[in-house]
Structure formats: structure tokens, C-alpha cells
Ligand binder design. Structure first.
Ligand SMILES: Cc1ncc(COP(=O)(O)O)c(C=O)c1O
Length: 391
């Protein structure tokens, strides 16, 4: 076999993730690998921990990046906090809530699911009713549901959980770096994310924050965590730095250079400025989408700026539209999942992909793809509306 070097095509990533990786992060990834117990690397680890505590607003929490993608954060939360026989209440309003249900069940918990229509946020009234009289160990929900583009407000749900004596797990895979994540302000016990969305680093790491109360719950477990790699008491002996670092796994060294650089970029721009940029780009894209006669799945007050779920008009083949945009413009948008398959497109405006250039290009490419299926050409109107919103 003659195996040759792989050179990926140049793509513009505007789907549900991964998003475009910024050149400075790509440059950081290619720096020389050093040992994972090297003093210089240990210093980098400390900086990453401190920066994660800042961007997740999690002072006093144990913060570290888990060595696997966002799903690892979810798995670590469920496997560490749940034991067989515990009750877990999970608010389900999309694909990732479904995944939480599956994982909580695999951890041996009795799972109480609170189902919502996809495209609506988790409802505190219904979640409160599910928590009542149940002595649940935890409540889990998704802050930014990537399968639908819906934002759930965490504080009311975390308040309900605390009042019921339950811990809270909040999935912030798509929210961190796009909208405000405020672990301590919400009173959340575990918050986790992924690197490939609004942080604009490649996939492969899961920033994770655990409150002192959650750490106590892990320490008070009756049986060992069933998953070795993500057992927080073992992993903290490496990342915790208390009493010297003990080998646990070989850290993904270069991936951590990338995360570090992504955090430097985020803090340089400033969290408020980053959130404002995502909101502004969403406003411009939404104006263009609506000027083209298209509609959103989610009501304006519940929309995520970084994930735009656009309904496929009657008579349009949604997969052909995506194929056209990829072939002609090298631009990737996402398809719908589960019950929304074939019914929506998911357009990401995440991190380095949240710029006016991305908004304009996406509108032109989308309108061109629609016109190829005899949809009235709306690119001029869409661009004009986007420009007006940007101005
Ligand atoms: C809300 C949410 N949770 C969890 C995940 C899983 O993350 P990963 O694919 O990085 O494992 C995703 C990925 O899209 C997500 O959007």
C-alpha cells in the first residue's frame, strides 16, 4: 500500500461543530511536544485550570479539561455523580438530553425524564413537578441544545434542584464562548463543554468544572466509579497538583497547547465582547434569513445566537442544498437530527466562524443553493438585510 500524506480540502465550517479553528490555535498545536510531567507543561496546566475557572465563572470549582470530546464531560458527570439506585431527573428537549438519559441509565440510575417539544426550552414548572417528593440525586439539562438551537435558562432550574437537595449537571458544550456561562452564579454543580464549538479549537477535549459539593458527593460514593479514565478522584491526582502530580494518563499535550491558545484569545477579546459579537452576527444572519422568506424553528426569545435552526421550505430537498453549498462554496452547514431530520438546517456561528464575512458568504451560498431548486432568488434582499443589521 502506498499511503500518502493527507491534505484536507479547505472548508468553511458553519455547521453545529466543529467550527473554524483560528490560525493562532492551529499554530499553537504544531509547537514541539514536551513531556507531560515537564515543569513547563505543569505550568501550562495550572494556567489552563485558572483560565477555565474564569471563562466558566467557576471560582472554587475543580476545573480541568478531560482528555476526550464533549461527550466525555457528560459521561464523567453521570458516572461520577450517580450510583445504582439513585434517581436522576433529566430535562429532554433535544438529542443531547436524550444522550443524558441514556448515560444516566447506564450509570445504574432510575431516570425520570421530563420531555419537551424539540425547539422549546426546559420548563421550570414541569421540571419542578418532577423533582417534587422524589429525593433525586441530580437534575441534568442542556444549556444550549445544539440539535435545535434552543437556549434554556439555567438559574431557575438550578434553584429548584438545590431546594430539592439535588445536584445539577449543565451541558455547556455549545454555550461556552458563545453565550454567558456562569457556573457559580447559577449554582450549578457540574458544568462541562467541548473545544470544537465556540472555543474554536479542534475537537478532542472537554473543559469540566465541579463544585465543592459535587466533589464531596464523589468522595462519599459507596462504590468505585465504573469508568476508570474519567474517575474524577483519579484524574484529580494528576490535574489537582495537590501533593505532586501522579501519572494517570498521558495528557494530549499538543491539544492542550491549542486549548490554552483558544483561552488566551477568548480572554484577550473579553467574554462580554465575545458574547456581543455572537449576538450581532446572529442578528445579521437572522435578518438575511428572514428577508429570504425563510423561518426559524425556535421563537426569538429562546434562540441561541451560535446555532440557527432554519426550517426547510416546502418542496426543497434539504440535503441537495447542503451538497450544493459544500460543492460550490466549500461551506458546511448541518442537517437536522432525530425528528427534525430533513426539516431544518443548522447554521453555526461559533467562535472564529462568527464574523460578518461568514454571515455574508453563508447567505449568498444558501440563496444560490435554493435558487438551484427554483426557489425565488433572494440573495440581494438577504445581503441588504444583513448589512443593515450589521450597520
Ligand atoms: C449540547 C451538546 N452536548 C454534547 C455534545 C457532545 O460533544 P462531542 O461531540 O464533542 O463529544 C455535543 C456535540 O455536538 C453537543 O452539542
Amino acid at each position: 500500500m502506498t499511503l500518502q500524506s493527507f491534505h484536507p480540502p479547505r472548508r468553511i465550517l458553519m455547521g453545529p461543530g466543529p467550527s473554524d479553528v483560528s490560525p493562532r490555535v492551529l499554530a499553537a498545536l504544531s509547537r514541539p511536544t514536551i513531556g507531560h510531567l515537564d515543569p513547563a507543561f505543569q505550568n501550562l496546566m495550572e494556567e489552563i485550570k485558572a483560565a477555565l475557572a474564569e471563562v466558566m465563572k467557576a471560582p472554587g470549582y475543580a476545573c480541568l479539561p478531560l482528555p476526550a470530546p464533549g461527550t466525555a464531560g457528560m459521561e464523567a458527570a453521570m458516572m461520577n455523580l450517580l450510583e445504582p439506585g439513585d434517581v436522576a431527573v433529566v430535562a429532554v428537549n433535544g438529542q443531547f438530553g436524550e444522550r443524558m438519559v441514556d448515560m444516566a441509565g447506564r450509570a445504574g440510575a432510575e431516570v425520570v425524564r421530563v420531555d419537551h417539544d424539540w425547539g422549546t426550552p426546559a420548563d421550570p414548572v414541569r421540571v419542578g413537578a418532577a423533582l417534587e417528593g422524589r429525593r433525586a440525586k441530580l437534575l441534568a439539562f442542556v444549556h444550549a441544545e445544539t440539535s435545535t438551537g434552543t437556549l434554556t435558562r439555567p438559574k431557575p432550574l438550578c434553584d429548584l434542584a438545590r431546594a430539592a437537595g439535588a445536584l445539577t449537571v449543565v451541558d455547556c458544550v455549545t454555550s461556552l464562548g458563545g453565550v454567558d456561562v456562569d457556573a457559580a452564579g447559577w449554582g450549578a454543580d457540574v458544568v462541562y463543554s467541548g473545544t470544537q464549538k465556540c472555543l474554536s479549537a479542534p475537537p478532542g477535549l472537554s473543559p469540566f468544572a465541579m463544585s465543592p459539593k459535587a466533589r464531596e458527593a464523589v468522595a462519599a460514593r459507596k462504590e468505585k466509579v465504573r469508568n476508570w479514565l474519567l474517575d474524577m478522584s483519579l484524574i484529580m491526582a494528576y490535574w489537582g497538583g495537590e501533593g505532586g502530580r501522579t501519572y494517570h494518563h498521558t495528557a494530549p499535550i499538543n491539544a492542550l497547547y491549542g486549548l490554552h491558545e483558544a483561552l488566551v484569545a477568548l480572554l484577550e477579546e473579553g467574554l462580554d465582547a465575545v458574547h456581543a459579537r455572537h449576538k450581532r452576527m446572529h442578528g445579521a444572519l437572522a435578518a438575511g434569513i428572514e428577508a429570504a422568506g425563510l423561518k426559524f424553528l425556535v421563537a426569538p426569545e429562546h434562540r441561541l445566537p451560535e446555532l440557527n435552526a432554519v426550517l426547510v421550505p416546502e418542496g426543497i430537498d434539504e440535503a441537495r442544498v447542503r451538497a450544493h453549498m459544500l460543492a460550490r462554496y466549500d461551506l458546511e452547514i448541518g442537517a437536522g437530527l432525530g425528528p427534525l431530520r430533513g426539516r431544518i438546517w443548522r447554521i453555526g456561528l461559533m467562535g472564529a466562524s462568527a464574523t460578518p464575512w461568514h454571515v455574508r458568504l453563508c447567505l449568498v451560498a444558501l440563496c444560490d443553493a435554493l435558487a438551484a431548486q427554483n426557489y425565488p432568488d433572494a440573495s440581494r434582499a438577504a445581503l441588504a438585510a444583513a448589512e443593515a443589521a450589521l450597520a
